[in-house]
Design a protein around this ligand. Structure first.
Ligand SMILES: [Zn+2]
Length: 119
């Protein structure tokens, strides 16, 4: 007796989901695997597109193509966050860094010894 209710419930649920997908903006990414299989995937407009995706036909690793060109690894790596040390090293020569270090050590020693004023 509950069978009919369950059936309609499922049907309306999947319909709602379809409408939701159509409403949000999508971007289509093209992938191609080493075997030459091409397929397209839809992503949200603000989503970060993956460089690779498992091929739907042979499950090899497919690479994303942009304007018919394979998306290079470097394009992804370039955005990797730089450390503070990276930025310091870009602006200073090793000699300057050594000098800065000595200055810091001296001022640290001065601060430490001046804090030790006691009878
Ligand atoms: Zn394939």
């Amino acid at each position: 007796m509950a069978e009919t209710m369950r059936g309609t419930g499922l049907g309306s649920k999947s319909l709602e989901r379809e409408i939701g997908v159509e409403l949000s903006e999508r971007v289509i990414a093209t992938f191609q695997c080493p075997d030459g299989h091409q397929f397209e995937l839809k992503f949200a407009l603000d989503a970060e597109l993956p460089r690779t995706w498992d091929c739907k036909n042979c499950s090899l690793e497919a690479i994303r193509f942009e304007d018919g060109v394979e998306v290079p690894f470097e394009g992804v790596a370039k955005d990797a966050p730089r450390t503070h040390l990276d930025m310091v090293l870009e602006r200073r020569t090793p000699e300057e860094l050594e000098e800065l270090l000595q200055e810091m050590l001296v001022s640290m020693r001065i601060r430490r010894s001046s804090g030790k004023i006691s009878a």
